[in-house]
Design a protein around this ligand. Structure first.
Ligand SMILES: [Mg+2]
Length: 367
């Protein structure tokens, strides 16, 4: 036969980026967790003038580095998406995925018959300062999503909450190739499962849209500007717009420092957490030093594990797993499962081949 050209798409880069996003997040989470509640001067007093410069060494140097609710919930976001039938409202399906996460925070071990492969992993049952709005918000909806009653639209949950619990779990919406508009909408809608303040869910939507653009090949700065344009003028978007603008401005002021991170924010609230991630990703671009940028994302007085997780998601998506410090990527708790879920996202959403994924992610067809 002549004249036939088979275009075989190469997904190598996509695998690297999606793995990088999940592993990068876990690295930042694990770096930040020991100093989550410490002020910068305390971090410096305890760890030296540069603050944390590496994973802490416990009594067992080979023990995995602990991850927290940020990475745990991110895995359940990915699981929810992998169990979502096309064309179905994502909120109830993601709601049930987050309820599976909630179970891990209430129980000590997987049940004998866990609902899906992800819930079968013991490491997810560790409770490490989970966000209150996530716990209470999901607790309120337990019956709504688990009993066979008509669902209805979720009412406003925690209408005043704009904690970073939305942003820190929302990278997977941007890893699934929905396109920036749909990634934004799905992410913001599912953020409302726990956080009803517009900034809480719009910052999550913006983060997912930003990640989507990076996966789509847009460079970081343009992706940030396009995401700003997407947000600007939308109802309730002012705080998120201002925070991202602050990150851009601060990045242009000079070399990255913890003091400049603190100018951008503390990260306990959603828009600041996103802005710190943008600032640290821009720092990685400016210096070419990803290791330093990941450390920058945790060495400050704010919510170090969440800012580390979100910055790690973004830096990992931009540069790929192959560019992350291997000594760190190899040592995070849940490493193999994070790689598996990353690859499953690529197979399902990019390659479009569910193959045997149904055994790990039975479709949640409940409406
Ligand atoms: Mg945490």
């Amino acid at each position: 036969m002549t004249g036939m050209i088979w275009a075989v798409q190469d997904y190598t880069k996509t695998f690297d980026q999606v793995r990088g996003a999940l592993l990068g997040g876990a690295i930042g989470d694990a770096l930040g967790w020991p100093i989550e509640f410490l002020q910068l001067d305390m971090i410096r007093a305890g760890h030296g003038p540069d603050g944390m410069t590496d994973f802490l060494r416990g009594p067992d140097p080979d023990a995995p580095q602990q991850i927290t609710d940020d990475t745990q919930m991110t895995l359940f976001t990915a699981e929810g998406l992998l169990r979502l039938s096309p064309g179905i409202d994502p909120a109830p399906v993601l709601g049930r995925a987050y309820l599976r996460w909630l179970r891990t925070q209430r129980e000590h071990a997987p049940s004998p018959m866990p609902d899906g492969w992800l819930s079968s992993h013991q490491f997810l049952y560790a409770r490490r300062s989970p966000g209150q709005a996530c716990m209470t918000g999901l607790g309120l909806q337990e019956k709504q999503y688990t009993e066979p009653a008509p669902l209805g639209v979720p009412g406003p949950i925690n209408p005043d909450s704009k904690g970073c619990g939305t942003v820190m779990r929302s990278a997977p919406f941007g890893l699934a190739r929905f396109g920036p508009d749909l990634a934004f909408l799905m992410s913001a809608r599912c953020a409302q499962l726990t956080h009803g303040h517009p900034t809480g869910y719009l910052a999550a939507g913006a983060f997912s849209a930003l990640i989507d653009r990076i996966l789509g090949g847009v460079d970081l700065r343009n992706a940030v500007h396009q995401t700003l344009a997407q947000l600007t003028g939308g109802p309730g978007a002012e705080e998120t717009v201002q925070a991202i603008q602050r990150a851009l401005r601060t990045a242009d002021e000079g070399d990255p420092t913890p003091e400049r991170v603190e100018q951008v924010g503390a990260g306990w609230i959603a828009e600041e957490c996103l802005a710190i991630a943008v600032y640290c990703a821009l720092a990685a671009e400016r210096t070419g030093d990803l290791r330093a940028a990941l450390l920058l994302s945790v060495n400050h007085s704010g919510d170090s594990d969440s800012t580390g997780a979100v910055a790690g998601n973004l830096i990992g998506a931009v540069h790929g797993l192959s560019a992350l410090p291997m000594a760190w990527a190899g040592r995070v708790e849940g490493r193999d499962e994070l790689i598996q879920v990353a690859d499953d996202l690529v197979m399902n959403f990019h390659v479009g081949d569910r193959g045997t994924l149904g055994s790990r992610y039975p479709l949640d067809a409940t409406v």
